[in-house]
Design a protein around this ligand. Sequence first.
Ligand SMILES: Cc1cc2nc3c(=O)[nH]c(=O)nc-3n(C[C@H](O)[C@H](O)[C@H](O)COP(=O)(O)O)c2cc1C
Length: 267
Amino acid sequence: MGGKPLAETDPEAWQTVGPSAIPFAPGWPAPKAADRSDLDRLRGAFVEAAQRACRAGFDLVEVHGAHGYLLHEFLSPLANQRTDEYGGSLENRMRFPLEVLRAVRQAVGQDMPLGMRISATDWVDGGFNPDEAVRFVAAAKAEGVDYVCVSSGGMAPQGLPPVASGGIAPGYQVPFADRIRRETGMTTRAVGLIVEPRQAEAIIAEGRADFVALARAFLDDPRWVWHAADTLGASAVAPCPPQYRRARPEQWPGAGMRALADAAARA
Ligand SMILES: Cc1cc2nc3c(=O)[nH]c(=O)nc-3n(C[C@H](O)[C@H](O)[C@H](O)COP(=O)(O)O)c2cc1C
């Protein structure tokens, strides 16, 4: 809450579980290192969550393996310092995430699109990195994963893209999606500071990813898709409820005024 852990005395606090008993940062509570029964329970929890998603009518299931969450922790040598068959080499660190993917694929059936979100790098020396991400995605593909959403970071507080290489710049995670797509043939989704319609379009048109996802641009503008269609000259790509049609360019001259004003200000 508020970017900090719950106090251990907080009645709502719970015992977290991870590959190793290593806290996220100094002052954070250490998770319990998962034992055999924890691994079985956790794999089962992923399966049950996927089954609930199917029952609820979702059109796809996406397993979260990014941003320092459990499966990312297993992949990362920073969080995973196990000495059993689930730690050490990349092959061992991939073992639990791949077991989860196998179990989820089996549970949801072959026809349900199955994706995974990954962090392609921890942005920390000695952490999970793009070379390992390529090898992991190839193995995930063999388990029947249909696409990956390529994000980054979340493993360590200092794990941020270096300012020297551009920092958090527009599309800063796209190169990872691009590389994974080229080297594994996996369908990829690019994400992260994709804001402008032409920027989003270029990523797809240049074959750097198969699709894109936007978060904050949609918080800023819930009608982003309509406005992108206007910018790119596409005909209606999303259903427009009748009560909104009066504000669309076909019926409202004001729709183009902001763009015109921006262009005039720049001229
Ligand atoms: C309010 C908010 C909540 C988010 N929650 C999650 C989350 O629960 N899981 C996750 O993987 N990413 C989460 N994200 C990250 C987004 O999925 C996305 O990767 C990130 O915002 C970068 O994309 P953007 O530049 O288009 O916003 C969240 C982002 C925002 C703004």
